[in-house]
Design a protein around this ligand. Structure first.
Ligand SMILES: [Zn+2]
Length: 351
């Protein structure tokens, strides 16, 4: 008899308490996103392609592989009283445990990649604004870096690739790895001269022997899906193949969607499908381990649909959602930025 059983190779982590990562009803980050994402994935019959795991909170020792002890202490204290981490980031009571759970979700998903899974997703991951000793931008602990350090210790990995496509520049991750050539940190974001946090210029390429391992593509406001995909195509596959990562960490923020209230890029649903599809292909060709951290997205309807398309791209399901393309405001401006980045990287990468 022929067995029809095909083992699932995709994992997702989820915990009911993910929805407690809620910074208030008058704040762009409202906590029901993980639940709504899971419900939509289920409704569209794609959740069954993923085995669901329940994560545990990250241990304090895990946080301390990245964050300063005084910073962790500060979050603990804020969590007891409630308060503000920064002007844009309220710290509700209990946030220490919830932020540890979000971080534990990324660690758990990362571990699954060493237990036979080729793709693992944390819907509450990608807190890239958290630096070693300070943070803002709705982030408390940098789960990307904590997971990298966890896997570096446990699995002895030596080459990590971060592909951060959130519309905001991942300044925290950049601060942590600016001197570390084992972590190639590649970020596409809206130009920092027009958006929080203001960093991520082409000229920031990493320091000393890590030069070339921080890569920033700042895109002008009004960039649409067509130019974005063109930029991706010219930069990401060649660098990924040359670096040959042992794991890819994909921060797949969808606040680059045209309907997002916080930013000004004009990506559409189909853009996310194509990006996720290509990243999954790159993982197949290199690391065979892809950790997906869903990242930002602040239009509650658009972000759920965009995340769904990411899942379709990851598993190669061609039934993704489409909408009318939005023409680029200035395609020539994007071409100029791409060629500027290529020439600044020419010493380090063959592009
Ligand atoms: Zn963002």
């Amino acid at each position: 008899m022929i067995s029809l059983f095909v083992p699932m190779k995709h994992a997702i982590v989820y915990h009911e308490d993910f929805n407690k990562y809620d910074l208030g009803t008058d704040h762009p980050l409202i906590g029901d996103k993980p639940k709504n994402t899971m419900a939509f994935l289920k409704e569209k019959s794609i959740l069954s392609d993923f085995q669901v795991f329940t994560p545990k909170k990250a241990e304090e020792a895990d946080l301390l592989t990245v964050h300063d002890p005084s910073y962790v202490e500060h979050i603990k204290n804020l969590s007891e009283t409630g308060g503000w981490l920064s002007e844009d980031t309220p710290a509700p009571k209990g946030i220490y445990d919830i932020a540890r759970l979000a971080t534990g979700g990324s660690i758990c998903a990362g571990e699954k990649l060493f237990e036979g899974f080729d793709i693992a997703v944390n819907p509450l991951g990608g807190f890239h604004h958290a630096s070693k000793g300070h943070s803002s931008g709705f982030c408390f602990f940098n789960d990307i870096a904590v997971t990298i350090e966890h896997l570096r210790q446990k699995q002895k990995l030596k080459r990590f690739l971060i592909i951060d496509l959130d519309v905001h520049h991942g300044n925290g991750t950049q601060d942590i790895y600016i001197d570390d050539k084992t972590v190639l940190n590649l970020s596409f974001h809206q130009d920092g001269r027009t958006l929080y946090p203001g960093t991520g210029s082409i000229e920031t390429i990493g320091r000393e022997d890590a030069a070339g391992y921080t890569i920033n593509l700042p895109l002008p406001p009004g960039t649409g899906g067509r130019s974005y995909l063109q930029a991706f195509q010219e930069i990401v596959p060649p660098i990924t193949k040359q670096f040959d990562p042992e794991i890819i960490l994909y921060q797949s923020g969808v606040d680059s969607h045209h309907a997002d209230p916080l930013a000004d890029l004009n990506l559409t649903y189909q853009t996310y499908y194509h990006l996720a599809y290509q990243i999954a292909q790159l993982s197949k060709e290199t690391s065979k381990k892809l950790l997906v951290l869903l990242g930002g997205g602040y239009n509650s309807t658009a972000c759920i649909k965009s995340y769904y398309n990411i899942f379709c791209g990851l598993v190669g399901k061609p039934e993704y959602l489409e909408e009318e393309d939005i023409p680029d405001a200035d395609p020539e401006a994007v071409k100029t930025v791409i060629s500027h980045l290529k020439s600044s990287l020419s010493e380090y990468w063959n592009l």
